[in-house]
Design a protein around this ligand. Structure first.
Ligand SMILES: Nc1ncnc2c1ncn2[C@@H]1O[C@H](COP(=O)(O)OP(=O)(O)OP(=O)(O)O)[C@@H](O)[C@H]1O
Ligand SMILES: [Mg+2]
Length: 499
């Protein structure tokens, strides 16, 4: 046995978070760790690595009692951790980030040339060809995540822990990561893999540990548990299915809210047209690099367009900045929610109502009762797990922080909500609930532009889907034409023709 954690208890300020939780891992084993948002996965990991202290329980690592007093200590002992919140130095270079705290030295000074060369070599293994001397903040979420992973796996660890490593990665990057995990395994290194994407767990993991409400409720070989059984164990009940289908399956035309025609910007968006009706959920599908996020940013006015028109409620818009779009009643929930917009020390209440504070104020005084009503409503509607609305948001689990940010936009009552990957980082149970909520808001008149890589999700809630390929809209599918096959064919179509 490489690692054994038994009967771990942990409370924060009197609130019990872990109760007799356990985790056992053999050398070279790839262990899945799964549970709902707030189940205690990240906390269990932080206790192992010495980021938090446990109240009770035993930990043995490589046959010895382990009581790491700091993350540095667990690292030295052979445990590398890639945390859910990327905790790298954004202003430092990529190379510095990979070797932070263990820089190659020459005559007591950091050997920059060697450090950069080593960093380049490491990243080549991850098929990443970037300028390692540029600051990390210059790169997108996926690249930053890959750098964090590269840092983790180059520490000669016996155990590598990855807390939701794939949430910002695309399919190709996930494939590279899986190769890395296989290579680690071949070297006898074990991995703990935390993810809400069940397919990934089945693809890469040998065994699975399931947590529910701070307890370990199952530990078994991956091949011995079916998906349905797994979800039931994790939720402690059957999965709530999507209760709502798309609202406008009748095909009767609706009043158009947004009409975008022939949008173009640089090479990323060449010719995209789409429309969104009032009360409709319009899907935007496409492979990575097809221009989905870029199209949404053009509509919202985050980026300038070179050509094309956007009409909102019949009026030409020229949003030059997001504030214009916000003033016009449009919200944008970006895919980078984890790093964007959270004010860690502020409470759940404050974080949620940040954007509507002007509206809640009368002669400079916040209407507390109105604020409380809104906060309570969304905590309930999204199933946000927190001790109270006054809890600092940094104390919430990753998935629950995401829900608070989603609520921040929803409580503005926008007429258009653009949402990039709405269920990223959200557990399978809460996912259906969030999609149902979006559907019912649409039925009340909200228009939604939803970008999603999960075809199932689009098929379940979208009234129609625009498929992009290579910066062009190549297909518009109505609700009754939607199927995974048709979407995939449309997504692949144009790129093949071009290649
Ligand atoms: N520092 C803290 N202070 C108070 N409560 C905390 C703290 N850290 C975690 N918690 C609470 O512990 C519970 C478990 O959180 P944890 O982050 O371990 O969940 P998780 O399983 O990783 O969820 P997710 O899938 O959303 O990442 C949550 O209810 C959270 O609010
Ligand atoms: Mg977590």
């Amino acid at each position: 046995m490489l690692l054994s954690m038994t009967a771990i208890d942990k409370s924060f300020g009197g609130v019990r978070v872990l109760t007799e939780a356990s985790l056992e891992i053999e050398p070279a084993e790839v262990m899945a760790l799964i549970g709902q948002n707030g189940a205690g996965k990240s906390t269990l990991i932080k206790i192992l690595t010495g980021a938090y202290f446990r109240d009770n329980g035993d930990i043995t690592f490589e046959g010895k009692q382990a009581n790491f007093q700091s993350t540095a200590e667990s690292q030295t002992a052979g445990i590398a951790t890639i945390y859910q919140e990327i905790n790298l130095a954004q202003h430092r270079s990529v190379a510095e980030n990979i070797f932070l705290g263990r820089e190659p030295k020459k005559f007591c000074l950091v050997d920059r040339n060697k450090m950069c060369a080593d960093a380049r070599a490491v990243l080549t293994r991850f098929k990443l060809d970037i300028d390692v001397e540029r600051p990390l903040e210059d790169f997108g979420a996926a690249t930053r995540q890959m750098v964090a992973i590269a840092r983790g796996v180059t520490q000669n660890a016996r155990l590598v822990i990855m807390d939701e490593p794939t949430s910002s990665l695309d399919e190709r990057e996930v494939a590279v990561l899986f190769e890395t995990i296989h290579a680690l395994k071949a070297d006898g290194v074990a991995t703990v893999f935390i993810s809400h994407r069940l397919d990934e767990l089945y693809a890469i993991c040998d065994r699975i540990t399931v947590m529910r409400d701070g307890r370990t409720v199952a530990a078994t070989a991956m091949k011995d548990i079916s998906k349905v059984e797994l979800v039931r164990t994790m939720l402690g009940k059957e999965l709530t299915a999507f209760t709502a289908g798309a609202g406008n399956r009748s095909g009767n035309p609706r009043e158009t809210l947004v009409e975008a025609k022939n949008l173009s910007a640089g090479l990323r968006v060449r010719d995209v047209s789409l429309s969104i009706g009032k009360g409709e959920i319009a899907g935007l599908a496409g492979l990575l690099g097809s221009g989905r996020t870029e199209t949404a940013r053009l509509i919202y006015g985050i980026d300038r367009r070179d050509g094309g028109t956007v009409l909102v409620a019949g009026k030409a818009t020229a949003y030059n900045e997001p504030v214009d779009a916000i003033a016009a009643g449009c919200g944008f929930v970006s895919e980078d929610r984890k790093v964007e917009g959270i004010v860690p020390d502020m409470s759940v209440r404050e974080n949620m109502t940040l954007a509507i504070l002007p509206r809640l104020q009368k002669s400079g005084i916040v209407d507390r009762a109105a604020q409380k009503a809104i906060v309570d409503k969304y905590i309930k509607a999204l199933g946000i797990k927190c001790a109270s609305p006054e809890q600092p948001i940094r104390e919430l689990s990753g998935g629950n922080q995401q829900k608070v940010l989603l609520a921040r936009w929803l409580c503005m009552n926008p007429r258009l909500l653009i949402i990039d990957e709405p269920t990223r980082g959200i557990d399978v149970g809460a996912k259906a609930e969030i999609l149902n909520l979006l559907r019912s808001l649409a039925d009340d008149g909200l228009s939604v532009l939803m970008i999603s890589s999960e075809l199932e999700e689009l098929i379940a809630v979208a009234d129609h889907v625009t498929v992009l390929s290579d910066g062009r809209s190549v297909a518009h599918l109505s609700a009754d034409e939607l199927s995974e096959d048709r979407l995939m064919t449309a997504m692949a179509h144009q790129s093949k023709a071009v290649a």
